[in-house]
Design a protein. Structure first.
Ligand code: AMP
Length: 304
C-alpha cells in the first residue's frame, strides 16, 4: 500500500439542509477526503488552519494515523464555508467563502512527502494545487477536484493544473461551467482532451460517469439512500474512497481499477450523506464498507 498525499481545505462549515442546520462544524475537502481514504489506506495532509482550530478536531485525523507534518497552524481564523441546500440536494448554494488563513498559504512539502506515489489535489485554490504537485518527485497517479468558486475566480490557473493530472473528479454542473457544454457526456468527452486521461463526472443521487480517453465510458448509479440528511462532503469522500482503493492496489490503475475505485468511492460517499458534517463518514470501517459493497454489487448487477 502506498500513502496518499492530499492538499485541500481544513474548514469550519455552517450548513443548512431541508432537515436541519449546523454552525461551524468541522469540514473542508482535506478532512472529508482523509477520513474516507483512511478506511483502506494512509494519508499525508498538506493544509493550513488558524489558531482557532480545536485540538479535538486535529485529533480526528491523528486518531486515524494521518501524517500531519504538512498541516500548518498560523495566527488567524480557519477557512470558513457557509452554504445551504434547497430541495435539490445535489447542488450546494454557497452563502460565504472566508478563505482566512488560506489566503496567504504557501505550501512547502516536508521532505518525506515528496516521494508520495498517489497525489490528490482536493478542492482548493488551483495555485496551491499546482505548487504542491510541482514538489512531488515521481507520482504514480495524480487526481484533482475543483468547484465553481475556482472556475469563476482562477480559471487560467485551474486549466494549467487540469493539464497535468491523470484524472479529474468534478460535479456535473461544474463540468458544464468549465467546458461550456450543456450536456454532461459532451463535457466528459471534452475534458479528456484538456489533459487528464480520465474524468469522473459526479451526478449526486444519479451516480456518475467515468470517461477514459482510451477505454470510453463507464456509468454507475449511486448507492441508493432514501433519506439524505446532508450531502456536504459527498464529493470529497467519494474521492477519498476512490484514491484509498487505488493506493491500496498500489500500481498505476487500469480501466478496471478505476471502475472498482468508482464503486468504493460511491459506497463511502453514501455513508457521508446520512448525517451532518463528518459524522456519517466517520462511521465507515472496512467491515461496514464490505457489507454495503455486497448490497451494491447486487443492485448494479455485479456478480462474482
Ligand atoms: P463537497 O460537498 O464534497 O463538494 O465539499 C464540501 C466541502 O468543501 C466543505 O467542507 C467546504 O468546507 C469545502 N469548500 C467549500 N468551498 C470551498 C472552496 N472554495 N475551496 C475549498 N474548499 C471549499
Amino acid at each position: 500500500m502506498s500513502q496518499i498525499l492530499v492538499v485541500g481545505s481544513l474548514a469550519y462549515d455552517s450548513i443548512k439542509t431541508p432537515v436541519g442546520s449546523v454552525e461551524k462544524t468541522l469540514g473542508g475537502s482535506a478532512n472529508y477526503f482523509s477520513v474516507a481514504a483512511t478506511v483502506l489506506s494512509s494519508v499525508r495532509v498538506v493544509g493550513v488552519v488558524g489558531d482557532d482550530y480545536a485540538p479535538q478536531d486535529r485529533q480526528i485525523l491523528e486518531s486515524r494515523k494521518v501524517d500531519l507534518a504538512g498541516m500548518k497552524v498560523t495566527p488567524g481564523k480557519t477557512f470558513h464555508w457557509a452554504g445551504f441546500y434547497d430541495d435539490n440536494l445535489n447542488e450546494a448554494q454557497t452563502l460565504k467563502t472566508d478563505l482566512n488563513v488560506f489566503a496567504d498559504f504557501d505550501p512547502i512539502l516536508p521532505e518525506h512527502y515528496k516521494d508520495s506515489k498517489f497525489v490528490f489535489l482536493a478542492n482548493i485554490d488551483p495555485n496551491l494545487q499546482m505548487k504542491v504537485l510541482d514538489q512531488v518527485k515521481s507520482p504514480v497517479y495524480t487526481g484533482m477536484d475543483t468547484m465553481n468558486f475556482w472556475i469563476q475566480s482562477q480559471k487560467e490557473s485551474l486549466l494549467q493544473v487540469i493539464k497535468k493530472v491523470d484524472i479529474l473528479l468534478i460535479n456535473e454542473g461544474e463540468s458544464k461551467m468549465l467546458t461550456g457544454c450543456s450536456n454532461g457526456i459532451a463535457a466528459a468527452q471534452k475534458l479528456v482532451q484538456m489533459g487528464p486521461e480520465a474524468v469522473v463526472i459526479k451526478r449526486g443521487e444519479y451516480g456518475l460517469v467515468l470517461n477514459h480517453r482510451d477505454h470510453g465510458l463507464y456509468l454507475l448509479p449511486a448507492f441508493p439512500i432514501s433519506e439524505v440528511i446532508d450531502p456536504t462532503g459527498a464529493g470529497d469522500t467519494f474521492a477519498g474512497g476512490f484514491f484509498g482503493y487505488l493506493s491500496h492496489v498500489g500500481t498505476r490503475p487500469g480501466f478496471q481499477d478505476l471502475k472498482r475505485a468508482c464503486q468504493v468511492g460511491s459506497t463511502v460517499a453514501s455513508f457521508t450523506v446520512q448525517d451532518f458534517g463528518l459524522k456519517g463518514v466517520m462511521k465507515v470501517n472496512p467491515a461496514e464498507l464490505e457489507k454495503r459493497k455486497v448490497q451494491y454489487d447486487k443492485f448494479v448487477g455485479n456478480h462474482a
